[in-house]
Design a protein around this ligand. Structure first.
Ligand SMILES: [Cu+2]
Length: 352
């Protein structure tokens, strides 16, 4: 905190110094006469540009390395590594161009500042130079775009055959997780079936839904592809899992999807980061209301054996919460209502 304050004070003082310098130059110009004053001002501006380039450049490199640990999380998924390498390659090429052009910009202001007796050169065009600075960026950018599209199609393409599926449903302001149970198949759902208890609208008349499990966190197996089936109940949310480089909108009335392969277990990551409390977090990446900041979820990445042990302990949602309760009666009523509604819609469509 005190460091931040000191930096802020130093910055304010720096601004005041620059301001005072500028004012002094102005007064001096009044005393000395215009032409000499103009030359002095140009000299001063040129020097300040060099000072700004050196100090600003040094500050940029310092912050780049000092804050790196807070910015770049080690990717813990297969496609996360691809995204990082694309990011690095892009940053490498654009970085070279950035450094060259910025250095030239500042250097030229100083080098070619107004000097007595020097005349500007009229240099309207150079076709050869223009050809090269068109061809080289065109080749580099085309290569970057081709790699990007190739990877994007891999990332968003069909999931591998041996994928496990987890449904994640966003609502203001939490995530609901549904697992397929022993049959490996998620049962049908309808938004009309959503109640205070049946939070994601599971259709209990579907046999595949009977063994579905509702979890309080997402459990996935290391090195096994995971397909996320993404839904939203109220407004648009977004499933963001930074360590896996996963980000996909959750849209009401639409099922979106994203598959990924986690490569580092939670336990391994705890060891790697030296943080025994480390957890993979899901953050809502879409501003969704006043509780948006607290819309946090957890992903547990574990071995197949640990996953099976956990899974065996989970009761099916139907057996544990619905079977033989008022909720089952409620579901029967809701499904009757839906049936009537669907019939009405069908006959209406028929008459038209
Ligand atoms: Cu949200």
């Amino acid at each position: 905190m005190s460091t931040t304050l000191l930096v802020a004070i130093a910055f304010i003082l720096f601004v005041i110094v620059i301001f005072q310098l500028a004012r002094t130059t102005e007064y001096v110009s009044l005393l000395r006469g215009e032409e000499k004053a103009q030359l002095d001002a140009d000299k001063m501006n040129g020097r300040l540009f060099m000072v700004f380039m050196i100090l600003g450049g040094a500050a940029m490199f310092w912050s780049l390395f000092h804050y790196k640990q807070y910015m770049v999380l080690d990717a813990a998924s297969v496609h996360g590594k691809w995204i990082d390498s694309m990011f690095n390659v892009t940053l490498f090429f654009t970085g070279i161009v950035f450094l060259l052009t910025q250095a030239m910009l500042f250097y030229f202001v100083w080098k070619y500042k107004h000097t007595k007796g020097r005349k500007a050169v009229y240099y309207p065009e150079n076709n050869k130079l223009e050809m090269w600075w068109t061809i080289i960026p065109a080749i580099v950018l085309t290569a970057l775009v081709i790699i990007g599209i190739y990877r994007w199609f891999q990332i968003t393409g069909p999931e591998p055959k041996d994928s496990m599926v987890v449904e994640i449903t966003g609502q203001q302001f939490l995530w609901n997780y549904r697992f397929p149970g022993k049959d490996g198949k998620l049962g049908n759902e309808e938004f009309e079936y959503i109640t205070g208890v049946n939070k994601v609208g599971i259709d209990f008349s579907d046999p595949a839904a009977k063994d579905d499990i509702m979890g309080t966190e997402m459990h996935v197996v290391v090195n096994k592809p995971v397909l996320l089936r993404i839904r939203a109940k109220d407004v648009i949310h977004d499933v963001g899992i930074p360590y896996f480089r996963v980000k996909m909108d959750a849209v009401p009335g639409l099922v979106t999807r994203f598959w990924f392969i986690p490569t580092v277990t939670t336990a391994e990551m705890r060891e790697k980061t030296g943080n025994p409390d480390f957890n993979y977090e899901i953050a809502c990446d879409q501003l969704c209301g006043k509780g948006h900041y607290g819309m946090k979820g957890l992903v547990v990445v574990e071995t197949q054996q640990q996953y099976d042990e956990w899974m065996n302990k989970q009761p099916s949602f139907y057996d544990a919460v619905v079977k033989g309760t008022d909720e089952e009666k409620k579901f029967a009523e809701l499904s009757e209502d839906l049936k009537v509604k669907r019939e009405k819609e069908a006959s209406k469509g028929h008459h038209e």
